[in-house]
Design a protein around this ligand. Structure first.
Ligand code: NAD
Length: 436
């Protein structure tokens, strides 16, 4: 049993803290957000992540998982201190490092023995060294020592718990082989591949992996846009491409582009890191631009099909950036809905989980409905932005009969075009061959 503190109890900190507890460690998850910690201590999980509630509450009740705002005390009571605070995008596109730096300062102030400081947040190359300097500069007791390790997180929201428990790989970056081995050992119960490297390379692996995946998405979206013009079908193209094991079939689903709390900010951050290092990462800048433009593909289709949006009732199905999460950060709906309103449309929205979070981030004049069938009733058109199961299984006959016009613009290619047309819908998706 190891004594671990995780600083930052968000999507990453709470999930990884819970998983470390699940495999037998004593974990203290701490956060500066009093409301979040109070909820957790009351047995309420502040985020939506399938399976998390049961596992977190069980470990809490068995005494392996604790929650506190007393960050200093938590650090003092642990041998391994994970930093899992946010690194959001700043106005210039860089990663905002103030939370990481404040966590590092706190660790220095409460260093009461040897500790391994592990960075799980996604951070620019060089942050490990910076953390080392800040901890050193704030050390209360000169005799204390520490190591810095980079162990970036790869979980995906919506499947975070199983991503963590059945980890695909663990990247462990450190200049001290002993510290690296201890963090590698910590991952032994997850039965995962461990790759040890230096600090800088570990930090770079995370950005390189995320921006590569973003590139795959923008690439297939660009191909989808061309497919529409030349009469090809992007799904067949992606299938044929994916059969090549060098390419692989994953991340080749065309749609409205990537969103969420990672890809947008990490692509901007790496472009910024590259600029700063003197390399103009033109490829990545195009990936970002392609993704921004892709949002408007559904808007264009909607406007063309309806001949203008002023006064039109539009149902928006799905608000979260992807299914099975309540995370609204950089969700396409945050761009598309304000644009619909700007062009004079009236919006009725449905999301089974993220509606409450969406309310806090979207303009007030939106009607939130309790089901896809209710949201679409009386509408001139419907736009699908998130392929929630509740959307995929909606009662299509009911939807068709109750809509003013049975028009569906599907930004996620959720339905079979032929079947939709046979059901009587005017159905447009992204990059797929028209039925006739
Ligand atoms: P989050 O915003 O959900 O959580 C961050 C938490 O840190 C917040 O609760 C905040 O109150 C807390 N915090 C900030 N400063 C603090 C401090 N000084 N002391 C204690 N707590 C503090 O963020 P997240 O989505 O969990 O992401 C965390 C990091 O992991 C980011 O760098 C992100 O890029 C990376 N990451 C995220 C995901 C994901 O899917 N969310 C996946 C992989 C990596």
């Amino acid at each position: 049993m190891r004594k671990i503190t995780v600083i930052g109890t968000g999507y990453v900190g709470l999930v990884s803290g819970t998983c470390f507890a699940e495999v037998g460690n004593r974990v203290i998850c701490c956060d500066v957000d009093q409301r979040k910690i109070d909820l957790l201590n009351d047995g309420i999980i502040p985020i939506y992540e399938p399976g998390l509630e049961e596992m977190a509450l069980r470990n809490k009740s068995e005494g392996r998982l604790l929650f506190t705002t007393e960050v200093g005390e938590a650090i003092e009571a642990s041998d391994i201190v994970y930093i899992a605070v946010g690194t959001p995008m700043s106005e210039t596109g860089e990663a905002d490092m103030r939370y990481v730096m404040s966590a590092a300062k706190k660790i220095g102030e409460h260093l009461n023995g040897h500790k391994i400081i592990v960075n799980k947040s996604t951070v620019p190359v060089g942050t490990g060294e910076l953390v080392r300097e800040v901890v050193q500069a704030n050390k209360k007791y000169p005799w204390t020592s520490f190591d810095v390790v980079s162990n970036p997180e790869f979980l995906r929201e919506g499947t975070a718990l199983s991503d963590c428990m059945n980890m695909d790989r663990a990247i462990v970056g450190s200049d001290n082989p002993e510290a690296a081995e201890q963090i590698a050992q910590l991952h032994a119960p997850f039965n995962t591949r461990i790759f040890k490297t230096d600090l800088e390379s570990a930090e770079m692996i995370k950005y390189a992996a995320n921006t590569f995946l973003a590139t795959k998405i923008s690439f297939i979206n660009a191909i989808a846009n061309i497919c529409e013009k030349v009469g090809a079908d992007v799904e067949d193209v992606a299938k044929g491409m994916g059969m090549d094991s060098r390419i692989g079939e994953k991340f080749l689903q065309a749609g409205i582009g990537y969103g969420g709390s990672c890809f947008p900010k990490d692509t901007y951050a790496l472009a910024h890191i590259a600029d700063k290092s003197g390399y103009d990462f033109e490829l990545l800048k195009s990936v970002i631009k392609t993704n921004q433009r892709q949002r408007f593909v559904v808007m264009d289709k909607l406007r063309e099909t309806l001949g203008g949006l002023a006064g039109k009732q539009i149902a928006v199905l799905g608000l979260a950036f992807k299914p099975n999460t309540d995370d609204m950060r950089e969700a396409p709906s945050l761009t598309i809905i304000p644009e619909l309103l700007k062009q004079g449309a009236l919006v009725r929205a449905f999301d089974p989980i993220a509606a409450e979070a969406a309310r806090r981030m979207l303009p007030a004049d939106i009607a939130y409905m309790d089901s896809a069938e209710l949201a679409t009733a009386g509408c001139d058109a419907c736009v699908i932005l998130t392929e929630w199961n509740e959307v995929l299984t909606m009662d299509l006959a009911k939807v068709r009969d109750r809509m003013k016009q049975p028009i569906i613009i599907d930004g996620r290619n959720s339905f079979d075009p032929k079947a939709m047309e046979e059901q009587g819908f005017v159905y447009h998706s992204v990059g797929r061959r028209p039925v006739n």
